[in-house]
Design a protein around this ligand. Structure first.
Ligand code: AMP
Length: 304
């Protein structure tokens, strides 16, 4: 595995792979890797001949009160996991390599980013799209893999690729979960034992939404009410930031589940802000059936 830290070196590696006739798959991450990231690397491996990953904790996507400086990191473990997954090149730039001090251009999306996390984290998706656009220009992938765990982010990247004509196919991969249903996340490391147990309330509420839908309920207000009730039950107390039902294509709120509908939520559990979602009532653009949050994955990629 090549490890590179400069834009020029990464471009050189990608150009070499391309000269050899290889298709490049790419998985951008912020490190503190877990089985969810590994599943993305495996999907990239299936879709491409050369797999590049990046580890970059992007300051531009953290708000002033957020956890940028204490974001978890374990470089030795990350390298071992990437080697284990057969990553060909790992791009680990320093902040100064990615951002000129007088930078003045950014990527802004104005529709899909308005609701859900976008409403609570001003500037977050601007930071995400700007760094993803830069990474796409540096790595020049044919295929990039993003997790459905961050569904709004993944849909925004698909929209950016469409609207700005990046020659990249964006694949959305299923969410990998712990045995109790909790979506794997680097931020789960912030949870104490009681909070960790309590954090299962997110996926439990999504299973409830899928169950109510399967029983014929189509009114999203009714489903969201039941989800809120189920989240509120239990100790220690948690704070719901949002629980929403939105159209998968537009991410606009929907009153009834008539098309593929994303049930999405953000909940503060102790020091951690956790997000999760489930797609109900249809198939994703890749033709996957709705995600079934009941099924723990243990690192495989076949949740659906
Ligand atoms: P992060 O390192 O948190 O920025 O995540 C990097 C990529 O991994 C993003 O595309 C995430 O959506 C994806 N990801 C994070 N957690 C999971 C998970 N539990 N299952 C699948 N993908 C995930």
């Amino acid at each position: 595995m090549k490890i590179v830290g400069t834009v020029a070196a990464m471009r050189g590696v990608s150009a070499g792979a391309r000269r050899d006739g290889k298709r490049i798959g790419f998985v951008p991450t912020m490190g503190a890797l877990h089985a969810g990231h590994c599943s993305l690397l495996r999907i990239a491996r299936q879709a491409a001949d050369f797999v590049a990953a990046s580890i970059f904790v992007n300051p531009a996507q953290f708000g002033p009160d957020e956890d940028y400086t204490r974001y978890p990191s374990d470089a030795a473990r990350d390298l071992a996991l990437c080697r284990g997954e057969g990553v060909d090149c790992l791009f680990m730039p320093a902040v100064a390599e990615m951002y000129a001090p007088d930078r003045s251009v950014a990527v802004e999306e104005t529709a899909l980013s308005a609701g859900l996390c976008g409403a609570f984290r001003p500037g977050h998706f601007r930071g995400v799209l700007t760094v993803v656009a830069k990474l796409f220009n540096i790595v020049q992938p044919d295929v990039a893999v993003f997790g459905q765990k961050d569904a709004q982010q993944a849909r925004l990247v698909q929209r950016m690729v469409r609207d700005l004509d990046f020659p990249v196919r964006v694949v959305i991969a299923p969410t990998v979960r712990e045995p109790d249903g909790l979506a794997m996340s680097s931020r789960n490391a912030y949870l104490g034992p009681a909070e960790r147990k309590r954090a299962a309330c997110l996926s439990r509420s999504l299973r409830l939404a899928a169950k109510l839908h399967a029983a014929g309920e189509r009114d999203t207000a009714a489903i969201l009410g039941r989800m809120r009730e189920s989240i509120a039950k239990g100790e220690p107390p948690v704070t719901i930031e949002y629980v929403a039902a939105v159209d998968w294509e537009t991410l606009a709120p929907v009153a009834r589940v008539e098309r593929p509908t994303l049930f999405a939520l953000a909940v503060r559990v102790g020091p951690a802000r956790l997000i999760d979602n489930a797609l109900v009532g249809g198939v994703t653009p890749e033709g996957r059936p709705p995600c079934r949050p009941t099924i723990p994955c243990h690192g495989d990629t076949t949740e659906d």
